[in-house]
Ligand binder design. Structure first.
Ligand SMILES: Cn1cnc2c(O)nc(N)nc21
Length: 277
């Protein structure tokens, strides 16, 4: 499939892999240390990512790092909506990272081009919130909830189970009337997985893409699956994250969700030059 329908934009998937920049508007985001709370920081960060060549920006008002508690809908709205209004004039596809139907609804009304739901639109009302729009939809696998997902992740066959979960969610969404051209899937690195589970999923991204016949979005940036392999803290994971992004793309991912936009854009350009047939 060559196009991902994302609201105002049709994202072309046959060129350079797309870079989704992370914009946390949370006070406890795991890598910015809350540096980008506040609207002026969000705006300047977004402009910086656009200057760095980002293809879309993912705005998140609720930290999804392991152990993080859920945030009330009103609180999440108060964080996300001002950023959305400010950023939507920048002319770049905007994704909103949320699990809450009420946030999805408001975000879509405010012009969000994609809803990125780590909970795969399972919340009551989530499908209804997105069905009558044309925004893109990222469907991600998670075992458990962010609060407890890393306590003891267990699978019989993590690749098989993640594929079957995503298949069921996508089938449910399509049966509800959502067109496939709006959907991308994501194995959810770090969301209820051990390091080994994460690398098994990374190695089998091609199988996920093949079996679901949908674009794959991958988010490894600065995560513990990187840190565990290089033994470095979160602020020293750039090289590892770039390698992770390239590995994802080599295994078929078409969108990578990252913190370090300029570096990832450069890495992807060199990768593309080295692999274009
Ligand atoms: C919000 N968020 C954090 N990590 C993520 C990942 O790997 N994928 C997606 N879709 N969202 C994520």
């Amino acid at each position: 499939r060559e196009i991902l329908k994302c609201g105002r934009f049709d994202l072309k998937l046959d060129g350079l892999p797309l870079v989704m920049g992370i914009l946390n508007v949370t006070p406890d985001s795991f890598s910015d240390g809350g540096r980008y709370q506040g609207l002026e920081f969000a705006l300047s960060r977004a402009e910086e990512m656009i200057a760095d060549g980002v293809d879309m920006i993912d705005v998140g008002g609720e930290s999804t790092r392991p152990g993080s508690p859920s945030v009330p809908a009103l609180e999440e709205l108060q964080r996300v909506m001002p950023a959305l209004y400010a950023l939507r004039e920048l002319g770049k596809p905007l994704s909103v990272d949320t699990c809450k139907p009420e946030v999805m609804r408001e975000a879509i009304l405010a012009g969000a081009d994609m809803i990125n739901d780590i909970n795969a639109f399972r919340a009551p009302g989530a499908l209804e919130a997105v069905i009558d729009s044309d925004c893109g939809l990222c469907v991600m696998h998670m075992q458990g909830t962010p609060q407890h997902m890393q306590e003891q992740p267990v699978y019989q066959d993590v690749v098989r189970e993640v594929i079957e979960f995503l298949r069921e969610r996508v089938d449910t969404m399509v049966a509800a009337g959502i067109e496939r051209a709006r959907i991308c899937v994501d194995p959810g690195f770090g969301f209820g997985k051990t390091i080994e589970h994460n690398y098994a999923l990374l190695r089998h991204l091609g199988q996920i893409r093949q079996e679901l016949a949908l674009p794959v979005l991958a988010g490894l940036s600065r995560k513990s699956m990187i840190g565990a392999v290089i033994g470095k803290p979160v602020e020293q994971r750039l090289a590892g994250s770039l390698a992770g992004a390239l590995a994802s793309v080599a295994h078929g991912a078409r969108i990578v969700r990252v913190h370090d936009v300029a570096e990832t854009v450069d890495a992807l350009k060199v990768w593309r030059a080295a692999t274009a047939d």
